[in-house]
Design a protein around this ligand. Structure first.
Ligand code: CMC
Length: 431
């Protein structure tokens, strides 16, 4: 018996048989279902695409019910334990873990591309002294397309590979420049002796010392945080990257749009919001009153809940362990007690339990970032550095997928029918 779905249209009494592949039916197969000859055909209504697969992908697998996250088949826990960010980025981008020679070559290519054109400094200088670094990153990544005109040749694999190197290497440099600009310090050039993450810390925090030496515990912790954020299948920013890329825009324009999507408080801005929330709560004693407010619909418990994870977010577990490691170096973040109490109460409370709301990746990451010396404005920027590998991998997959076309959703029009133009003298205020 083939996998099919039989649909009876009760408007006409007609039956249709639609094939099922991979647990899905093709939405376009519904178009044949018509109430009459002039009918456009049936569509699905799916705001926010809650139940629509928009692509076939081999990159990241999530089982939200079981709390599973795999990159190219490898569990996130094993990668966080044994891999580093650049190796994980290679895996995400090219599908397999690299050999020693491949990894060396990859790291060499990335290191070669970490420097920014000096003109970047000029226009970054033009931002206000208090500009949000994420705003600077969004604009500057977009501006990269004007520096690398070859990037428009998106169907040339060698040219595409060059943009991959540039993006993975230069986004951290842009992020560091944005941070240095926001605190009025001179920009720091990359140090190629250091690791990917060590160099990033150097570009952020180097002062007058001749050579910056990253603390190995913090360097590793940040690297693991980058691994945890590297990809997360079809989330808001990744869908944006795919959508923009589907018009065959260059990858810098696509990545700027993806970063803009990440900027929002419901996505990459959430860990910034978690810290603001913890400050607002102020002390452990105020936690019950805060939870009461959330339950009354006055605001959300930031860092809780996830569109896909409905048992737990595996990244949150790893991060909670990492927090302990980081706090041995930096000292405990005083907000930790408030976070632990919020989590304790929420995990026992019927409101959160019945809605399957658990801590997500952002609940503890902000506390770690803050303890490491990052201002809250840098949190979404750090997320964006890590997610760059995922965005590019998903963009390339989309580009080479023969099923894909320019993204163009449908709508249900609920506005006025045709009406005559009203001369201004005859109009009344509508609202
Ligand atoms: N605090 C309180 N109530 C919540 C929360 C929360 N954080 N999240 C969801 N709910 C409630 C919501 O009010 C709704 O209740 P009801 O059914 O009574 O109306 C129910 O749970 C379902 O919520 P939803 O908005 O339909 O769920 P969603 O899948 O659309 O939202 C979410 C997912 C992540 C946007 C949401 O949980 C949220 O806003 N969380 C806080 C922001 C946050 O931490 N975002 C980071 C997400 S993880 C990082 C990333 O991947 O970007």
């Amino acid at each position: 018996m083939p996998d099919t779905l039989t649909i009876t249209d009760n408007r006409t009494g007609q039956q249709y048989e639609v094939p099922i592949h991979d647990g899905t039916i093709r939405a376009m197969d519904l178009r044949a279902i018509k109430a009459g000859p002039d009918d456009f055909g049936l569509m699905t209504y799916d705001p926010a695409l809650l139940n629509t697969a928009a692509c076939r992908s081999r990159i990241t697998y999530i089982d939200g019910e079981k709390g599973v996250l795999l990159y190219r088949g490898y569990p996130i826990e094993e990668l966080a334990e044994q891999s580093d960010y650049l190796e994980t980025a290679y895996l995400i981008l090219f599908g397999e873990l690299p050999t020693t020679a491949q990894l060396q070559q990859w790291k060499h290519e990335i290191t070669l591309h970490t420097m920014l054109h000096e003109n970047f400094k000029k226009f970054m200088d033009g931002f206000q002294y208090d500009a949000h670094p994420m705003g600077i990153v969004v604009s500057t990544v977009g501006a990269m397309s004007t520096f690398y005109n070859d990037a428009k040749q998106i169907f040339d694999p060698a040219i595409r590979r060059r943009q991959v190197h540039r993006l993975i290497a230069k986004v951290p440099s842009i992020a560091a420049y944005a941070y240095r600009h926001s605190i009025g310090r001179p920009y720091v050039y990359p140090d190629n002796d250091l690791s990917f993450t060590g160099n990033f810390l150097n570009m952020l925090f180097k002062m007058t010392e001749l050579k910056y030496q990253p603390n190995p515990v913090l360097e590793r912790a940040l690297d693991v945080l980058f691994i945890l954020h590297a990809d997360h299948e079809q989330n808001c920013s990744t869908s944006t990257m795919r959508n923009v890329g589907s018009s065959h825009a260059d990858p810098y324009s696509g990545l700027a749009a993806a970063a803009a999507a990440l900027y929002g408080p419901l996505h990459g801005g959430a860990n910034e919001m978690v810290l603001r929330m913890l400050h607002e709560v102020g002390s452990v004693q105020n936690v019950p009153a805060f939870i009461k407010k959330v339950k009354a619909g006055e605001g959300r418990l930031m860092g809780f809940g996830h569109r896909v994870y409905k048992s737990y977010d595996p990244r949150a577990k790893i991060i909670k362990r990492m927090a302990d490691m980081v706090f041995t170096v930096t000292g405990k973040n005083p907000l930790l007690q408030i976070a632990l109490e919020l989590e304790r109460i929420a995990l026992e409370d019927e409101y959160f339990v019945s809605r399957k709301l658990y801590p997500n990746v952002d609940f503890y990451s902000g506390l770690i970032y803050q303890a490491m010396g990052f201002p809250t404005e840098m949190f979404p920027v750090l997320f964006g550095i890590a997610r760059t590998s995922g965005w590019i991998a998903q963009w390339e997959e989309m580009l080479l997928d023969p099923d894909q076309k320019i993204a163009r959703p449908r709508q249900i029009y609920v506005g006025h029918g045709v009406r005559e133009y009203m001369p201004i003298a005859n109009r009344k205020e509508a609202h």
